[in-house]
Design a protein around this ligand. Structure first.
Ligand SMILES: [Zn+2]
Length: 310
């Protein structure tokens, strides 16, 4: 009887210790996640170049150094190679929109790594993703990562972005000094979507899907020839590209100074867009539509052309 009583006491003690440990972990995990969402806590993100000018982003887990999350793996090959070379393990896949250069590698990566996939609620993506929409949170607790989803239609009808830890993964909606083409959405939708991104904190790091910065700056400098921030950034981006380095990430503060599509309310941009359209433009979506049409027909000068967006 005494032996049974002693065993029961040991069981109670063990349970209490376990409960305390769990509570401690929960509190610490919560604190860690709050701290990690502070803009000051910079994520480690690696660019994996793919195709002519795509970037596939690897987000490193802040708590498990060998684990990464991949954003928009258009091609499995370069991702597998990067994982192998750096001894990394894939923990999850995030998809911003359904275009092949963003999802082409998803099925193969799922087959190889059997990881969860998250994709837009408003459109079909391969890999049987958990479909997420505006305001939903992608929680990857075991990796110490958490991202809020923003619906940003325009480039495609269901395009989403992931925001967290002071970083924005915005696919083909916002580019440095430019924005994506309107393939499925309207000018009104796209200007609203860009407006949503433009009000994120200024130090939010912007990870776009393509290296289009120089050709976008070439257009931006025609829209605003007297904008000194654009001229300075042309020099910086040019020297980065000469060294073969990405011009990304950008940040929202810089984009608010150099990106005409985030500057629809400024007089110089309004005036230039009206001049292109040949008449007064009354709303931001009209200004956006004129700028987007102008950009679609714009050919950058050969000296600072960069890559011409497809
Ligand atoms: Zn796209």
């Amino acid at each position: 009887m005494a032996a049974i009583y002693q065993k029961f006491n040991e069981f109670l003690l063990a349970t209490t210790v376990l409960n305390r440990l769990n509570a401690h972990l929960m509190v610490n995990r919560h604190a860690a996640s709050l701290w990690l969402n502070e803009p000051g806590a910079r994520l480690r993100v690696t660019a994996v170049p793919a195709f002519a000018d795509n970037y596939i982003w690897l987000i490193h887990s802040p708590i498990l150094p060998e684990q990464v999350v991949v954003v928009d793996p258009g091609d499995a090959g370069p991702v597998q190679k990067s994982l192998r070379n750096a001894g990394l393990k894939l923990g999850a896949i995030l998809i911003t929109h359904h275009h092949a250069d963003h999802v082409g590698g998803v099925e193969e990566l799922v087959r190889q790594h059997n990881v969860p996939v998250f994709g837009p609620i408003g459109e079909f993506s391969p890999g049987n993703p958990e479909r997420v929409g505006d305001g939903q949170v992608v929680r990857l607790h075991e990796l110490g990562l958490e991202f809020t989803v923003l619906e940003i239609p325009g480039h495609t009808k269901g395009h989403i972005a992931y925001v967290g830890h002071g970083a924005l993964f915005c696919g083909d909606t916002l580019f440095s000094a430019g924005c994506g083409r309107l393939f499925e959405g309207t000018a009104q939708q796209m200007s609203n979507s860009l407006g949503k991104l433009g009000i994120l904190p200024g130090n939010t790091q912007v990870y776009c899907g393509h290296e289009y910065t120089l050709s976008n700056l070439s257009f931006a400098s025609v829209v605003e020839p007297d904008n000194r921030d654009i001229q300075e950034h042309i020099k910086l981006a040019g020297s980065l590209r000469e060294r073969g380095s990405p011009t990304l990430p950008s940040c929202i503060e810089l984009e608010s100074k150099i990106n005409p599509f985030l500057r629809l309310g400024t007089e110089t941009v309004k005036r230039a867009a009206a001049q292109y359209a040949g008449h007064m433009l009354s709303s931001e979506s009209e200004i956006f539509a004129a700028l987007r049409d102008w950009k679609d027909h714009f050919r950058p000068s050969p000296s600072n052309a960069g890559t011409v967006p497809a």
